[in-house]
Write a protein that binds this ligand. Structure first.
Ligand SMILES: O=C(CCc1ccccc1NC(=O)c1cccc(C(F)(F)F)c1)NO
Ligand SMILES: [Zn+2]
Length: 401
């Protein structure tokens, strides 16, 4: 959990300097978008940065390459990202951590020594690689650029597939996440919207985002994830429902290996519709990490883009300002398949089943098809288990007015 809120703060957030709540501004209806543009944050420099530093080298250009090969970029409103400023980064992260990240990142260039200081979580899973600060600042800036377009009513949906780094803590890198761009976006959205719903569909629990907002009712976090002994990050059990003013505004849906589209959507549909109807958010941030896809080297869930697409469709039907972010996803081709399918869905476009010829075509062998066939891993989510999870979440959400 971020450090205790400052005295005059009414416990609304666990952050320093969260701007005052501006409910007095016009009600959310006036933020209805001026047109149905879909903002897509993109630049070649951004792709190059993400390609070299993300934990899956080359994934960024494969994702963009497939979206472009299907002709979707000309339907999108491309917006160039700019790096987040230190002030923006420290709206959540500690100054010490950001200073350390900046210095260590630069140092690495000159001294070529490997910085294994455990301090700030900068070691094994989150090594200090040359340029890591510039990468993290650009990813955060891209997500903030998308959030700003929603605030300005430029669009109703804004997309940054190279964001979604949900594990980073206020003063600690974690799970290869250096800066928590979803948290920064939610803080920015909170300057305009009084209630923000964060939904995390990555295979892993969105612990960094949950921690940041666990004691405020102004942000509800809903995470569906694998929860099992020894599985990273180890948090996100069903009884973790938030604290203080935030009690019941943290929703965790712990799942077991092998879940497939129909059961996953059935859980999502019930929990998300209850969350939306009792919380009545004014904006949504949706993290769509693709490491739950069948065929991912994580090898846990049996999802396909169709299953996650039904969850996305339910969120889009709420017609709220919605920010879409990426996250995990370690099978490059399947991650590109997933996020391309979801981008087309947002645009209302259907795509031909065969992967178009393009630079990364070979990633899609041997079938060269857009669809991912559901795996046949044993499903450990019995109907009884799922029913019990839904009932517990329903009881908890009954406390949310
Ligand atoms: O995906 C994550 C983080 C996964 C993670 C947590 C803690 C330490 C390392 C990682 N990253 C991986 O496990 C990882 C990174 C790159 C590629 C792979 C692969 F083996 F699945 F391909 C796995 N969060 O949504
Ligand atoms: Zn993940």
């Amino acid at each position: 959990m971020a450090d205790g809120s400052d005295k005059e703060n009414d416990g609304e957030s666990c952050h320093r300097n969260l701007p005052p709540n501006r409910d007095v501004l016009a009600p959310r209806s006036d933020v209805s978008c001026r047109n149905d543009k879909v903002v897509f944050v993109h630049s070649q420099m951004y792709i190059d940065l993400c390609n070299n530093l993300a934990k899956v080298p080359g994934r960024a250009s494969a994702v963009h390459g497939l979206i472009e090969a299907y002709g979707l970029t000309k339907e999108l409103s491309l917006v160039e990202p700019r790096p987040a400023t230190v002030a923006e980064l420290t709206s959540f992260h500690s100054t010490d951590y950001i200073d350390h990240l900046r210095k260590a990142s630069a140092e690495e260039d000159e001294e070529k020594d490997i910085d294994v200081s455990e301090e700030f979580g900068l070691c094994y899973d989150c090594p200090i690689l040359p340029g890591v600060y510039e990468y993290a600042a650009m990813v955060a800036g891209a997500t903030l650029t998308a959030a700003q377009c929603l605030i300005d009513g430029e669009c109703q949906v804004a997309i940054n597939w190279h964001g979604g780094w949900h594990h980073a803590k206020k003063d600690e890198a974690s799970g290869f996440c250096y800066v928590n761009d979803p948290v920064l976006a939610i803080l920015r959205l909170r300057e305009r919207f009084s209630k923000v719903l964060y939904i995390d569909l990555d295979l892993h629990h969105g612990d960094g985002v949950e921690d940041a907002f666990c004691c405020t009712s102004r942000v509800m976090t809903l995470s569906l994830h694998k929860f099992d002994t020894g599985f990273f990050p180890g948090t996100g059990d069903i009884q973790d429902t938030g604290m203080g003013r935030g009690r019941y505004y943290t929703v965790n849906v712990p799942l077991r290996d092998g879940i497939q589209d129909s059961q996953y959507f059935s859980v999502f549909n019930k929990v998300a519709s209850q969350a939306e109807s009792c919380y009545k958010p004014e904006a949504v941030v949706l993290q769509l990490g693709a490491d739950g896809m069948s065929g991912d080297p994580m090898g846990c869930f049996n999802l396909t883009p169709q299953g996650v697409g039904r969850c996305l469709g339910q969120v889009l039907d709420w017609k709220l300002p919605t920010l879409l972010l990426g996250g995990g996803g370690y099978h490059v081709g399947n991650t590109a398949r997933c996020w391309t399918s979801l981008t087309a869905q947002v645009l209302g476009k259907s795509l031909p089943p065969d992967i178009p010829e393009h630079e990364h075509f070979t990633e899609y062998g041997p079938d060269y098809e857009l669809d991912i066939s559901p795996g046949n891993r044993v499903n450990h989510n019995t109907d009884e288990y799922v029913e019990e999870v839904i009932n517990t979440v329903t009881e908890n959400l009954a406390h949310v007015m």
